[in-house]
Design a protein around this ligand. Structure first.
Ligand SMILES: [Zn+2]
Length: 244
């Protein structure tokens, strides 16, 4: 087995795996998060409409109460007016008249209140209708965005499937032990198992920490896989690989 050739294959596999990793991350984390945010935005917009609706309903209940009140006062006046003719003394008669006047005053106040409520209802209805129209537009926009994201998930699934098939073909060519080590690192290091060495600066290009000349020599011997001491990824020298 030529380790340099295996490393070259791993670098190519890494390109594919990183792409798969990013797509999976987008599908499993980024898109669900965006969907969640859109959903909560939708709920918030909906809540605004609901609160206008509740204001309106409260006013309608208030109106109904006042109207019931008004009807009962009108009933009371009728009753008092029939009683008026059955009264024996002038004193009783005067008292009944005073009672009628007092009820009439109440009615007049109630009528004013009903008018005021009707006015409020009209204003509130206008606000509610405006808010609802705004909401329906917003809802459509949000649902369109959600649909787009769900469509994107399907596209990502297809892409992942394609890349996975390519991957299956590639890994058949790689030494099993080396592949196992690579995959173990891949799964524990955010989808990046390979780290190129910056020869000039003697750095690991992934974590930017120093790679000693000694380590570089070990890599160049191509006897075994050499890991970055800091980020624990498989080190390779790009110039070596492309040169062969
Ligand atoms: Zn490193």
């Amino acid at each position: 087995m030529d380790l340099k050739i295996e490393l070259t294959k791993l670098v190519h596999l890494q390109e594919l795996d990183l792409e798969i990793y990013k797509l999976k991350n987008e599908k499993e984390n980024e898109i669900p998060e965006q969907l969640k945010q859109l959903q909560s935005q939708l709920e918030k917009e909906k809540q605004k409409v609901v609160s206008f609706e509740q204001n309106l309903k409260a006013l309608q209940v208030k109106r109904k109460d006042k109207e019931i009140d008004l009807a009962s006062k009108e009933e009371a006046i009728k009753k008092a007016q029939t009683q008026l003719y059955q009264l024996k003394t002038n004193k009783e008669y005067q008292a009944k008249l005073a009672e009628i006047a007092s009820i009439k005053a109440d009615i007049s106040v109630l009528e004013e209140e009903v008018l005021k409520i009707l006015d409020d209802i009209e204003k509130e209805e206008k606000k509610y209708n405006e808010e609802k129209e705004k909401f329906l537009k917003e809802e459509k926009k949000i649902k369109d965005e959600q649909d787009k994201l769900k469509e994107k998930i399907k596209e990502i699934d297809n892409k992942i499937l394609q890349l996975t098939q390519q991957r299956q073909a590639k890994i058949k060519e790689i030494d099993l032990d080396i592949l196992a080590k690579y995959e173990k690192l891949l799964n524990t290091r955010q989808g990046i198992a390979m780290a190129a060495v910056d020869i000039e600066n003697e750095n690991c290009k992934v974590c930017n920490m120093r790679v000693t000349a000694q380590k570089i020599n070990e890599i160049k011997m191509y006897k075994e896989l050499i890991l970055c001491e800091n980020c624990v990824r498989i080190l390779y020298i790009h110039e070596d690989l492309t040169a062969q």
